[in-house]
Design a protein around this ligand. Structure first.
Ligand SMILES: *[C@@H]1O[C@H](CO)[C@@H](O)[C@H](O)[C@H]1NC(C)=O
Ligand SMILES: *[C@@H]1O[C@H](CO)[C@@H](O)[C@H](O)[C@H]1NC(C)=O
Ligand SMILES: *[C@@H]1O[C@H](CO)[C@@H](O)[C@H](O)[C@H]1NC(C)=O
Length: 309
């Protein structure tokens, strides 16, 4: 994902493959206005520009595409050059705030992808933990494992109206426009991913924040509505808090009850788990001194000493 998108997602992490807390931005917006105001007041000279399109974006994107179809998923046949052409077509010669999801349709139709059931992992504001979880439970698939997610992860891009190229000088904040080129791509990618979801799906939410389920997050605004109750058997929600807290939301408390209500009204079957054991162990690996990790550590060392005796 581009910086913007991963900022988004990271924000979700502070939201889930989120792509987008668009509205939540009002607070950020106010903040950034304030920040810029301060910058204007105290920094004479030219303003520092926002980051522009990721340098070497074409080589990175096309290279990742070849890497994906050659090493990651060799059974797939895609035309990486064509995908790039369609991408470029969507983005360049457009004002940098005027790229809609429709503009990407040709690109997406050049990269259709289906995924085996029971492997879909959605998340909001749990980005770091999601990565370790997906790395350990190898069968999980996230948006970043799809071809489009793999190619565009952490990239930034925007075009410029008068020119046939990308704007490498600066791109707008994703929150600054309605049709941000990066946001639009992730929005469509998220929608496709959710529409494809089938069997049991897993949703990882952050119980250490208010609004663990946020209607403005990518999960809450795009993915949830795109899930199909006829394709999905169970929505298995896992609420995970930081080991040290705060313990704000759970399956029975806060916004997650809203999510459950929405699922129920749309005819989904669901389960919800607080403090999933595997997720806690993953957190303990990163932070073994946490008191809540001691029982596990003690029982392990106990077992070890039994073995040694
Ligand atoms: C929950 O969100 C907070 C704030 O964004 C973040 O610092 C924390 O790492 C997240 N916790 C988990 C378990 O992902
Ligand atoms: C945005 O794109 C549409 C369709 O591509 C075009 O008609 C419109 O003039 C553009 N608006 C701006 C502000 O560039
Ligand atoms: C799907 O989830 C339900 C509820 O958690 C569980 O009982 C069932 O065994 C799961 N099926 C598969 C194929 O994982």
């Amino acid at each position: 994902m581009s910086e913007h998108a991963s900022f988004l997602r990271r924000d979700e992490a502070t939201r889930g493959l989120t792509l987008m807390n668009v509205p939540k931005t009002s607070a950020c917006f106010v903040m950034s206005v304030t920040v810029w105001f301060i910058v204007l007041l105290f920094c004479p000279g030219p303003l520092r520009a926002q980051l522009g399109t990721t340098p070497n974006i074409k080589h990175i994107a096309v290279g990742r595409c070849y890497s994906y179809i050659t090493l990651v998923n060799p059974s797939l046949r895609y035309d990486c050059e064509d995908i790039w052409r369609q991408f470029e077509e969507a983005v360049v010669r457009q004002s940098s705030c005027n790229v809609t999801v429709e503009d990407y349709h040709h690109m997406f139709s050049a990269m259709p992808q289906t995924w085996p059931c029971d492997r879909f992992l959605f998340w909001s504001k749990t980005r770091t933990l999601m990565h370790s979880y997906a790395a350990v439970i190898r069968h999980f698939w996230t948006l970043e494992d799809t071809l489009v997610g793999y190619i565009f992860n952490d990239l930034i891009w925007c075009g410029q109206e008068e020119d046939s190229g990308f704007d490498f000088g600066s791109c707008p904040e994703w929150s600054a426009c309605r049709n941000h080129p990066v946001y639009s791509l992730w929005r469509q990618a998220s929608q496709n991913f959710a529409e494809m979801a089938c069997g049991n799906i897993t949703v990882l939410l952050n119980g250490s924040i208010t609004n663990a389920f946020n209607r403005k997050s990518m999960f809450g605004s795009v993915e949830l509505d795109s899930l199909n109750p006829r394709r999905v058997d169970y929505v298995n929600i896992k609420v995970v808090t930081n080991l040290e807290g705060p313990f704000i939301e759970s399956c029975r408390q806060g916004s997650i009850t809203d999510l459950i209500q929405i699922l129920q009204s749309r005819g989904f079957r669901w389960t919800c788990t607080d403090n999933d054991h595997t997720l806690m162990i993953l957190q303990c690996i990163q932070n073994p001194k946490q008191p809540s990790c001691q029982t596990c550590a003690n029982s392990l060392s106990h077992r070890k000493s039994l073995t040694l005796n």
